[in-house]
Design a binder for this molecule. Structure first.
Ligand SMILES: Cc1ncc(COP(=O)(O)O)c(C=O)c1O
Length: 393
């Protein structure tokens, strides 16, 4: 084998197991894709329509600009300035083919001696990216003991006095939905603005946050004076995972590095996709979408929260994201639960796949934890979904 070999990211592990057990791909009609992290790609109740066509010219079929087309970078800067008073312009933005490529590029080009700190319970691919890049990383406690809510002191201890350290954090967190907001987020931004400190703040679920969307950019006075990278994507908030458009907002000197990388390693991002996302970001439309996403998914979070609690789950879910995070009732493990769910064409993401130490087996700390996704579920499927959960417990 000429290539180094490695397994797929954890969510795919579950999707393959599901496919083996059911002969279908999770997400196809007739399946209940509770393991998957995609949102509805249809118009939400009270929300703006999602365009079904885009118009482009011969010019749009030329190579894209390495860091993203100026129209999209401008639309993103205008968006963050409007909603968070970010004080940025188009040169603070780099466009990638989704959120993950932006995360990957940031971590790939870190200085070799920069230490990474990451919460113990986090977004599955962080583990794969850090392992594949052979980065040295240490964990911030996020477990049953602190209800998956690390404190300011926990961050401070982890950041410590290393000469160069980067915090990697999803906010709201996938899988827990715990959101760091307001003054707490302001203090976190201050903590990572000190000399020698950096942060990658992954805001893929920015719109999915009660009582309102939130961004670290609200608390950054001069991004050029920081080593903070705010990552986002059209994937969740704008409801177009298939467009494959994500971005990193950072100091201009960092965006230049992404430009240089794109010039040899990426070649830019599909101009057709960028046209679509530019249209979706038109400010009044974005305002409308933010409210519709927040409102629909907050209702769904509440409904499923009540139902799961009634079924005996011990939930630790925060106010953000589109997942419930909790412990199964009794002694059942998440893997055993999935085997039962597969018989109903349903499946959840087992907790150990969100453990940044990947402690597997029934004795692992997250073996009885599940991430239940209500992202892809329309409101009408609620009763049928709860009936399956009930039957499998
Ligand atoms: C925390 C988090 N960050 C980033 C992403 C980026 O997604 P994509 O690469 O599909 O745009 C996701 C999607 O699941 C996510 O959950």
């Amino acid at each position: 084998m000429i290539l180094q070999s490695f397994p797929p990211m954890g969510v795919y592990e579950t999707l393959f197991k599901f496919a083996d057990a059911t002969d279908s791909y999770m997400g196809e009609p007739g399946t209940h894709p509770w393991a998957q992290g995609f949102p509805l790609t249809t118009q939400l109740p009270g929300g703006p329509p999602i365009p079904r066509t885009i118009t482009f010219t011969a010019d749009d079929m030329k190579y894209p600009k390495a860091t993203g087309n100026v129209e999209l970078c401008r639309a993103l800067a205008a968006y963050f300035n409007e909603f968070y008073d970010a004080g940025i312009d188009e040169e603070h933005v780099a466009v990638f083919a989704g959120g993950r490529p932006g995360i990957f590029a940031t971590l790939a080009f870190l200085q070799p001696d920069t230490k990474v700190v990451v919460e113990e319970t986090e977004y599955t691919p962080y583990y794969d990216i850090l392992e594949r890049l052979r980065r040295d990383y240490s964990l911030i406690p996020s477990n049953e003991t602190n209800r998956f809510r690390p404190s300011e002191a926990d961050y401070e201890t982890a950041l410590g006095s290393a000469a160069s350290v980067m915090l990697v954090k999803s906010n709201p967190c996938n899988p827990t939905g715990v959101a760091t907001r307001g003054d707490e987020l302001k203090r976190l931004v201050e903590q990572v603005t000190r000399p020698g400190r950096a942060a990658l703040i992954d805001e893929a679920y920015e719109f999915y946050c009660d009582p309102q969307p939130e961004s670290a950019l609200r608390h950054i006075d001069d991004i050029d004076a920081t080593d903070i990278f705010v990552v986002g994507a059209a994937t969740k908030g704008l409801q177009v995972p298939g467009a494959r458009v994500g971005w990193v907002v950072a100091a201009k000197k960092h965006i230049e590095i992404f430009r240089n990388y794109s010039s040899f390693g990426m070649g830019g991002v599909s101009r057709a996709s960028q046209l679509l996302v530019t249209e979706l970001l038109e400010l009044e439309r974005a305002r409308h979408a933010r409210e519709a996403v927040r409102s629909f998914y907050s209702d769904q979070r509440q409904r499923y929260g009540h139902a799961l609690a009634e079924l005996g789950f011990e939930l630790h879910t925060g106010d953000g994201g589109f997942y419930h995070w909790g412990r199964l009732p009794g002694e059942l493990t998440a893997d055993q639960f999935n085997r039962r769910l597969f018989e109903h064409n349903a499946g959840i993401l087992p907790g150990p796949l969100c453990d940044m130490k990947r402690r597997k087996g029934a004795d692992g700390p997250l073996s009885r934890y599940i991430r239940f996704s209500f992202g892809p579920l329309d409101a009408e499927s609620f009763d049928a979904n709860v009936a399956i959960l009930k039957q499998c417990l």
